[in-house]
Design a binder for this molecule. Structure first.
Ligand code: 3PG
Length: 408
């Protein structure tokens, strides 16, 4: 898909004097003080913010989710740290509104509203929630490629405002619309977020040559196999998804782990087989045998899609095998695609960002886009456009171009 082909591309919007509601994905890793640990998602959306600010718009009102607070006000998931980053590190005169539903939007050029997910209306795709957000602005722009879930600020708001697609979103769509996949196609999936990853591993494994599992995802499979996982992180409701994948011969599980009784830098660790985790231990990284096996499979790959760390990478002593595999992938001749906040943080830490073929700001979004060739957000923008303007009507006849599915 060519970037200029979308009839609802941001560069086609008349922004003069308008208040713009800008959906961004500011779901960035933060430390215990709420300070930004990796700014990649923020930096990548700056071209869109700057474009709107300097196109004569009256105001830009940024909205985003952070974490998964599920309708509760959780200070650890506040966007205040991101706001500070805009002000202190990027020198934007950005103003903060403590409650996205308060309706009190200051007449300032750049405003950031507090976490949308502090209200359940966001996740529930409540039309009233969407209508209220829409009431703040004249135009809606979505540049949150990473926000793939059908939530109110993503799929609801375009019902009420003229809606456009931002530049980062379009860049991601263009880069991930792979015409041809070089096989073997290998997915390396780790991290957490079982609720979004496990349900799509079945479809991914139908197309991929190998799906290598690491991180917290591992424990859902071990539980499904009836293996004792000690204090390892997991939540019971997604074990059934893992159980349905156990007979897939191309879904590869760790054979060993690094375990400890505490997830801390000075905790005593040991390498153990997956069936040998003690009740007071938790698995915190893949083990050396798994690392070697995954390295070998990745070495033969034509295309690699990497999403999520292999262990608790935030603690240095459990980051070794995630770092090792990232370094290994960076050296390969394969097409290497990485996605997700944690993978980006690792690549930035290791200075390997540019060694990958493409690094996406999306996590689950990247997987979903590669699988479906589109996202709920893109379809919402498309239908809103067609409702308002009666069809594609683009200049080069490519307005309907969806991403290409990853196919075997
Ligand atoms: C992400 O980090 O992948 C996106 O911000 C989406 O977050 P979610 O999976 O909690 O919807």
């Amino acid at each position: 898909m060519k970037m200029h082909s979308l009839p609802f591309s941001l560069d086609r919007a008349d922004l003069k004097g308008k208040r713009v509601l800008l959906r961004v994905d500011l779901n960035v890793p933060v430390d215990e003080h709420g300070d930004v640990r990796d700014h990649e998602r923020i930096v990548q959306v700056l071209p869109t913010i700057n474009y709107i600010l300097y196109s004569g718009a009256r105001q830009v009102i940024m909205v985003s989710h952070h974490g998964r607070p599920h309708g509760k006000r959780d200070p650890r998931q506040s966007l205040r740290g991101v706001w500070r980053y805009f002000r202190e590190m990027l020198a934007y005169d950005c103003h903060f509104v403590d409650d996205c539903m308060s309706g009190e939007i200051p007449e300032r050029k750049l405003v950031l509203l507090e976490n949308l997910r502090f209200h359940i209306g966001e996740e529930a795709n409540d039309p009233e929630f969407a209508r209220r957000l829409a009431s703040y602005a004249d135009i809606y722009v979505n540049d949150a490629f990473g926000s793939y879930q059908p939530h109110a600020s993503v799929v609801g708001v375009p019902d009420y405002l003229d809606a456009y697609c931002g530049f980062l979103f379009q860049k991601e769509v263009q880069a991930l619309s792979l015409d041809e996949i070089r096989h073997p196609l290998v997915f390396l999936l780790g991290g957490d977020k079982a609720s979004t990853k496990l349900p799509i591993i079945g479809r991914i494994s139908a197309r991929a040559d190998h799906v290598l599992i690491g991180g917290v995802l591992t424990f859902y499979f071990l539980k499904a196999m009836g293996v004792e996982i000690g204090k390892s992180k997991f939540s019971p409701e997604y074990v059934d998804h893992a159980r349905r994948l156990l007979d897939r011969s191309n879904v590869v599980l760790p054979t060993d782990l690094i375990a400890a009784t505490e997830p801390t830098q000075d905790a005593k660790t040991r390498v153990c087989a997956i069936r040998d985790i003690r009740p007071d231990e938790m698995g915190l990284d893949i083990g050396p045998e798994t690392f070697a096996r995954y390295k070998e499979i990745l070495s033969g790959a034509g295309t690699i899609v990497w999403n999520g760390p292999m262990g608790l990478y935030e603690v240095e002593q459990f980051a070794g095998h995630t770092d090792g595999l990232a370094r290994h992938m960076a050296r390969l001749d394969a097409t290497t695609i990485a996605g997700g906040g944690d993978s980006i943080t690792v690549l930035n830490k290791l200075g390997l960002f540019k060694e990958f073929t493409y690094v996406s700001t999306g996590g689950g979004a990247t997987l979903k886009f590669l699988e479906d060739g589109t996202l709920p957000a893109l379809e919402a923008l498309r239908s809103a456009w067609e409702r308002r303007h009666g069809g594609g009507n683009d200049s080069d006849g490519e307005s309907r171009g969806k991403g290409t599915k990853v196919s075997a």
